[in-house]
Design a protein around this ligand. Structure first.
Ligand SMILES: N[C@@H](CCC(=O)N[C@@H](CS)C(=O)NCC(=O)O)C(=O)O
Length: 217
């Protein structure tokens, strides 16, 4: 068995699975992945075999089980300080952690109205008032990170960090449902989507033969 084994769900729509996967791929941390198909009658039982919460992602590191996306990213940051999953500067690091945590616990309307679905044809889908407030907040946050700390590269803090991993599924949602984006937002979305790791994930999502979720979701 590989040193790192990452359990993930369907690449088409498992937004939480994407986050540690894209971080590990982009930062070239070698791992194997194990797939648990979601949204089937067997899913509950299959997840129970590998995940203490019945959810993915889960990282198995030589038998040590780490669950919850942020905990996985923190674990990787501890193991691989040279990968700089968090920015060096303490102000940047505080903002990156706040942004990542805000993502982990928030933006429910955006997540509900704009579910990650990499098979859905692109087309603008308006949000309700609350969703629009959350969408604007995400854009403002991305702008703040980029303006304050993004000079060294195309990502929120210049180089790719855990904050970018946390927002990677949101990037796909802006691309799928957002219609015409503000230039700064478009540039960030395009930078994330252009990474070999994201292109790899999309290519594998496109090959998934399973019907879930419906094309109109
Ligand atoms: N708080 C968890 C959320 C994980 C989560 O909701 N995962 C979804 C897939 S994206 C899941 O496993 N759902 C179980 C199911 O569909 O049966 C985390 O941060 O990792």
């Amino acid at each position: 068995m590989a040193e790192f084994l990452l359990y993930i769900g369907n690449k088409c729509f498992s937004s939480w699975s994407l986050r540690p996967w894209v971080a590990m791929k982009h930062l070239e941390i070698p791992f194997e992945e194990s797939f648990v198909r979601l949204r089937t009658p067997e899913t509950f039982a299959n997840l129970a075999k590998v995940s203490p919460t019945g959810q993915v992602p889960v990282l198995n590191h030589n038998g040590r089980i780490v669950w919850e996306t942020l905990a996985i990213l923190e674990y990787l940051a501890d193991l691989f300080p040279e990968k700089k999953l968090w920015p060096d500067d303490i102000g940047a690091r505080a903002l990156a952690r706040a942004a990542a945590t805000e993502m982990h616990s928030g933006f429910r309307e955006v997540r509900y109205r704009w579910p990650m679905n990499l098979r859905r044809p692109k087309g603008h889908k308006p949000l309700d008032t609350e969703g629009e407030v959350q969408r604007a907040r995400i854009e403002a946050l991305w702008r703040e990170c980029r303006e304050k700390y993004g000079k060294g590269g195309p990502f929120l803090f210049g180089h790719f960090t855990a904050a970018d991993a946390m927002y990677a599924p949101v990037v796909t949602r802006f691309d799928t449902y957002g219609g015409e984006l503000a230039p700064v937002t478009r540039a960030y979305v395009d930078a994330v989507l252009a990474t070999p790791a994201m292109r790899h994930w999309y290519a594998e999502a496109a090959k998934e033969p399973w019907p879930e979720p419906g094309p109109d979701e």
